[in-house]
Design a protein around this ligand. Structure first.
Ligand SMILES: Cc1cc2nc3c(=O)[nH]c(=O)nc-3n(C[C@H](O)[C@H](O)[C@H](O)COP(=O)(O)O)c2cc1C
Length: 357
């Protein structure tokens, strides 16, 4: 039994209203650069049909200077609810980019104000906006004025431990017209290290009226429940826990709605999904997809005997066939191992145990 489950309010099984959009799930798949492309999202969607999914973050300046839309922005007409995430520091470019997002079919536009990467912050985007709250508010006002869909913000709790500014910042975003805020409960200087400081999410929840989504360290159903109980947030967003595990958002969603666990996918199931992922990346992106697939493949290969050796091979694959050969061999090995294990009768097993005593 999950501790705190009995204290879980009924609201988590109910829809969440974000501006004029109603979400049938309070579990969201985070935007992940280099990960949450169309191929990955299709897998997540299969197991989490109601959840909000996000594109990878897209530069508004880049969009402004291009005539064609980048693949990053491509969404499937059937994949609603979907949010297109933008980053930049230019209110006018962001407004223009948001209109393109609407034309693509986005249900919401999210503005990234949390990315810690130097390349982004040096140009004034991502988490550097935490240090420019007036500009951040101006961005939200500008985008809200340009589109009819809800504008949301994803940010961190502050720049560093000496500068935790999220309470004032979040309020400014709400006042500027943001319809939801996702708080990754780490500072910019933490990067992805140390624990997420969920206590700040509770404080944000206390000062805002718009929905607050908790993010950071949601690696399991149990973590999601603990986070919701501790923070009172309106929903949770799963991130690194979904790498090589597109089942997590659906697992948490199912639990919130029913109070029951879905059965965990077996190692064989995970590797079969890895094969689909690989094929999808090849179909969608060709050889670039194969190169990108290597990291995904290694993330899927965990938790069984021989996983380390498999990862070693998967990080060097050059084609779909290469990947399939590795994955099929591992699937067969796991199946044989299970077969041998199951072939032992209860009587034999009892005898073996007795002999060891
Ligand atoms: C590989 C990777 C890519 C990410 N890309 C984005 C992104 O494009 N936009 C964004 O808002 N956050 C991005 N993030 C941050 C995550 O969405 C999330 O806020 C963070 O990982 C904290 O959650 P976790 O501790 O559960 O992983 C990225 C994180 C990782 C690890």
């Amino acid at each position: 039994m999950i501790s705190g489950l009995s204290k879980l309010p009924q609201k988590y099984a109910e829809p969440l209203t974000v501006g004029n959009v109603i979400l049938k799930s309070r579990v969201l798949q985070s935007p992940l650069s280099g990960v949450t492309d169309l191929v990955f999202r299709r897998l997540v969607r299969r197991y989490a049909p109601d959840s909000m999914l996000y594109t990878e973050m897209i530069s508004a300046t880049d969009l402004h200077h291009r005539s064609a839309l980048p693949k990053l922005m491509e969404i499937d007409r059937h994949e609603t609810p979907i949010s297109i995430q933008l980053f930049d520091c230019r209110p006018d470019f962001l407004a223009e980019a948001a209109q393109k997002a609407v034309a693509e079919g986005a249900d919401t536009v999210d503005i990234n104000m949390g990315c810690p990467v130097n390349k982004i912050t040096k140009k004034g985007g991502g988490s550097s906006l935490l240090r420019q709250p007036e500009l951040a508010a101006q961005i939200v006002r500008s985008v809200v004025g340009a589109v009819d869909i809800p504008v949301t913000v994803k940010t961190r709790i502050g720049w560093d431990d000496a500068e935790i500014t999220i309470l004032d910042f979040a309020k400014r975003m709400e006042d500027a017209g943001a319809k939801m805020i996702t708080v990754h409960a780490r500072t910019r200087s933490q990067g992805y290290t140390g624990n997420a400081k969920w206590e700040w999410i509770r404080k944000v929840k206390e000062v805002l009226t718009i929905p607050v989504i908790a993010n950071g360290d949601i690696f399991s159903v149990e973590a999601a429940i603990a986070c919701l109980v501790q923070t009172g947030a309106d929903g949770v967003m799963c991130s690194r826990g979904t790498l090589g595990y597109p089942f997590l958002v659906g697992e948490v969603d199912h639990f919130l709605k029913t109070g029951e666990y879905l059965p965990k996918p077996t190692a064989i199931k995970c590797l079969q999904v890895a094969k689909e992922h690989l094929q999808g990346l090849w179909d969608y992106k060709g050889i670039r997809g194969i190169r990108q697939s290597r990291k995904h493949m290694t993330w899927y290969a965990k938790g069984f005997v021989g996983a380390a050796a498999l990862r070693d091979r998967l990080c060097r694959i050059e084609s779909v066939q290469d990947g399939f050969d590795c994955l099929d061999a591992a699937i067969e090995q796991i199946a044989n191992f299970q077969g041998e294990f199951q072939a032992i009768s209860p009587e034999d097993m009892a005898e073996m145990i007795a002999m060891q005593q």
